[in-house]
Design a protein around this ligand. Structure first.
Ligand SMILES: [Fe+2]
Length: 361
């Protein structure tokens, strides 16, 4: 396919990018072979990108593709006005957050945690339900952002989980702030480690783990609640004492940090990475059920798993054997094994251990 170099001001969402877009220090801002979004364009503006190379696609061919009525739920959602509003609000808060953190790290001074938290609350209040937030988040995700978008996602997921747990508004506000700042120490980790595509060596992993103490160091003298600083320090601690940096146990981990830990791991598991596709929420739930019960607060984790799984009732899914069907009944004994309707037939995943949900459509 032919390509063309265009000005960023002429770029529009949907264009297929032909070459990696990098900033002036060589950091990957947007990958080749991916379609532009409004959020990606805003990010390029922020990084002072002036030109990019796109594919010249046959318009007819592209139109025909988008005219197909059999779009998946997520494809339809991505084309909706609701998603555009969500995406715009999310991008604005992410950009403000990024700019503010860069300023604070360079010049020092305080951070406006309340206005960032209000931005997240506004995003949440424009969504119809908890699960719709997850669906919209699923559509905004791009793998080139490891700190700012991830942190906002964690803030949003934590707020939803706080709501499911019946937390007070004050606690939910604080959860949002904990989520926003929890990974701030990653800004002090060398980029080649932070953005390395693939597994880290043991030495690199040791450096990566310091983002917890580095984060606490960045936040400690700022005008933030103590719980926000503790979340930066302790969000990788685990209830059985196997976490880091301190290796403390359940009763020594701050209550809100325990919520952040679940949201952080769920976000990381289900986000796309340069070296792998996004994992299906059911795969993440399965991992939580099989190995998470000793690591996380049991009550918080069970509430999260049950709400997450039951929210997908009525969704179309693809099974690992290629079958496409609809979730019609949840199984309380195993949240990852619901009953699936395929035409007039029913498949009980609980009785078919080899069959599992591979993708939500
Ligand atoms: Fe972290």
């Amino acid at each position: 396919m032919d390509t063309k170099r265009i000005r960023l001001s002429d770029a529009t969402a949907g264009m297929l990018v032909a070459e990696d877009v990098v900033n002036d220090v060589g950091q990957l801002i947007f990958p080749a072979e991916a379609r532009l979004t409004d959020k990606a364009i805003a990010r390029m503006q922020f990084h002072s990108i002036h030109y990019l190379r796109i594919y010249l696609e046959d318009e007819g061919e592209h139109k025909e593709e988008s005219d197909v009525d059999d779009l998946s739920y997520f494809e339809k959602l991505r084309e909706s006005e609701e998603f555009n509003d969500f995406n715009e609000q999310f991008s604005n808060v992410a950009l403000t957050f990024e700019q503010e953190m860069m300023r604070v790290l360079k010049e020092g001074g305080d951070t406006d945690s309340q206005s960032l938290s209000n931005g997240v609350k506004k995003i949440l209040s424009s969504c119809r339900s908890g699960i719709q937030v997850f669906d919209l988040l699923h559509c905004t995700r791009s793998y080139d952002e490891v700190v700012f978008a991830h942190s906002l996602n964690v803030a949003i997921i934590s707020a939803v989980l706080g709501g499911w747990l019946g937390f007070s508004m004050e606690d939910i506000d604080m959860l949002i702030q904990c989520g926003i700042y929890h990974d701030i120490g990653k800004l002090a980790v060398p980029k080649e480690i932070l953005e390395k595509p693939g597994a880290l060596t043991p030495d690199e992993y040791a450096v990566m783990r310091t983002h917890t103490t580095l984060g606490y160091g960045i936040l400690k003298d700022m005008n933030l609640d103590r719980r926000v600083k503790l979340a930066a320090m302790m969000h990788h601690e685990r209830c059985d004492g196997t976490g880091y940096p301190l290796g403390v146990k359940e009763n020594q981990i701050e209550r809100l940090t325990k919520v952040i830990a679940i949201a952080d791991v769920y976000e990381a598991m289900t986000a796309p990475r340069k070296y792998r596709k996004a994992r299906c929420p059911f795969e993440a739930i399965k991992m939580f059920e099989s190995s998470g019960l000793a690591l996380f607060d049991t009550k918080y984790l069970m509430t999260f798993i049950e709400h997450m799984a039951s929210c997908y009732m009525g969704y179309r899914v693809r099974l690992n054997d290629g079958t496409i069907g609809t979730i019609v009944y949840m199984n309380k004994q195993d949240n990852t094994k619901p009953m699936i309707q395929v035409g007039s037939q029913y498949i009980d995943l609980f009785r078919n251990p080899k069959v599992y949900i591979e993708e939500i459509l």
